[in-house]
Write a protein that binds this ligand. Structure first.
Ligand SMILES: [Fe+2]
Length: 220
């Protein structure tokens, strides 16, 4: 820790140390991270349209890790940043590609940047009033997730989909916003030509005007 004196010389001031993290793409690891979590298939029950396919994959696969997140966070103070690495295995449940749980930031006006490191994937985004946007992400693609957009990543490739990310440290995450609406408005499924397409989620329930106003803090 670097210690310096402030102008009046009465109190020493402690400055936060600069950080350095190295991305290990093949292991989906962030060297020198100080946080980590992973989601196994069983943790993602209820996200996919085809529950029978989910149950059968879970039985056959031995509950593999679907994605992991490693991050570097020193505080949750306004003005600070949290950054990290996310890595998601390839696969599908029925015809639906592996995806993350997804969230909106608890402080919903906080944005996020994702940067593709490996594989082929998508950022599926949804505004509180039900607009959908999809950004394709490959290595060296930067994806900007603006304030107020719900976001979830999807692996539409054949290898691990790896991205780095950075967001304001006081963002927080609300994971329940998606469940409260019966999922996101669109699902990402395989096509017969091994590509992907977005299809409507039949369980989706639009948010009320009041809910949209509450989430968007009057901006919408
Ligand atoms: Fe986020």
């Amino acid at each position: 820790m670097v210690v310096m004196s402030v102008g009046n010389g009465s109190m020493p001031m402690r400055w936060v140390e600069p950080g350095r993290c190295v991305v290990n793409v093949s292991d989906g690891a962030l060297e020198n991270c100080n946080g980590r979590y992973e989601k196994r298939l069983a943790d993602l029950s209820g996200l996919y349209a085809n529950q029978m396919a989910f149950d059968s994959l879970l039985r056959e696969s031995g509950n593999p890790v679907v994605y992991s997140v490693e991050d570097y966070r020193l505080s949750s103070k306004p003005g600070d940043l949290i950054f990290g690495l996310t890595s998601m295995a390839p696969g599908y449940v029925g015809d639906e590609f592996f995806l993350t749980r997804g969230h909106i930031h608890a402080e919903a006006d906080r944005p996020e940047i994702y940067y593709g490191q490996n594989g082929d994937g998508l950022m599926l985004m949804e505004s509180p009033d039900g607009e959908s946007r999809i950004v394709e992400i490959r290595p060296r693609t930067i994806c900007y997730v603006p304030p107020f957009w719900i976001h979830r990543s999807v692996n539409v490739g054949h290898e691990n989909f790896v991205m780095t990310f950075v967001y304001p440290a006081d963002s927080g995450q609300d994971y329940e916003i998606i469940a409260r609406s019966g999922g996101m408005k669109q699902r990402i499924v395989r096509t017969e030509s091994s590509g992907w397409k977005a299809v409507p989620n039949e369980n989706y329930r639009p948010r009320t005007a009041d809910a949209v106003q509450r989430i968007s803090k009057g901006v919408a």
